[in-house]
Design a protein around this ligand. Structure first.
Ligand code: MLT
Length: 225
């Protein structure tokens, strides 16, 4: 399929795996997959499709996982879009890559028969930034997002209605890359778009901590399903 030109991993939910192991139903049939959550895992700069698998399994042990590898290389390090400097994004590339990612998610949902209305992006750093861009540009591809250390990907020309979306922003108090005002601006954009947005401050820097994961797990159980 044309849009599936990302390197990626798809791990079906353990429950669905069990059902398909124990029945004649073909694995991945629409009946099998459509009622479970799918986490779209988006790694940070220098990561790959393996990095967030464990994080995804900890946040939601019963979810299916879709984990693509960013196609842009910066000094050999995979990313989801180009940047001109740290925190300064190549907006044209960001738009183009966001569209590619949206096409990929839609194509994968057809192949693996998962429901976009039950798909949550889980992004860290660069992955959180493209997840925010996906939410603002192609909101039909996800029902919510868990954004670890996200920045404002771009300032939208006009606000879209995100009133059916749930978003967790998990920010680091001592993050040297994402300032408090960046986090607040993203929160304001999402809130003005009427998303149900929760902002959680962690006592950490840019790195992901165990508390990020525990808070994400709790937030997911309260806000999704
Ligand atoms: C980005 O480029 O997306 C942000 O600066 C975060 C990072 O990848 O370091």
């Amino acid at each position: 399929m044309k849009q599936i030109d990302f390197k990626y991993r798809f791990i079906p939910s353990p429950l669905q795996q069990h059902l398909s192991d124990n029945s004649d139903k073909a694995y991945g049939s629409r009946d099998n997959q459509s009622d479970t959550l799918t986490l779209l895992l988006l790694h940070g700069t220098g990561g790959n499709e393996d990095n967030l698998i464990q994080v995804g399994q900890m946040i939601s042990p019963s979810a299916s996982l879709l984990s693509p590898r960013g196609k842009v290389l910066e000094n050999g390090m995979p990313r989801f879009f180009k940047r001109l400097a740290e925190g300064v994004f190549d907006i044209e590339d960001l738009k183009h890559r966001t569209r590619e990612l949206a096409d990929f998610v839609k194509a994968a949902s057809n192949i693996y028969s998962f429901d976009l209305n039950k798909t949550i992006a889980v992004g860290f750093s660069n992955g959180a930034n493209i997840a925010a861009s996906l939410l603002l540009s192609y909101p039909e591809t996800i029902i919510g997002a868990i954004l670890f250390r996200a920045m404002v990907p771009f300032i939208p020309n006009s606000l879209i209605d995100l009133s059916d979306k749930n978003v967790l922003l998990s920010a680091g108090m001592f993050d040297p890359i994402v300032s408090e005002s960046q986090t607040q601006s993203l929160f304001d954009i999402l809130e003005k778009s009427r998303a149900n947005v929760t902002l959680k401050w962690q006592q950490s820097g840019h790195n992901l901590t165990e508390l990020d994961i525990l808070d994400a797990k709790e937030w997911l159980s309260k806000n999704i399903q």
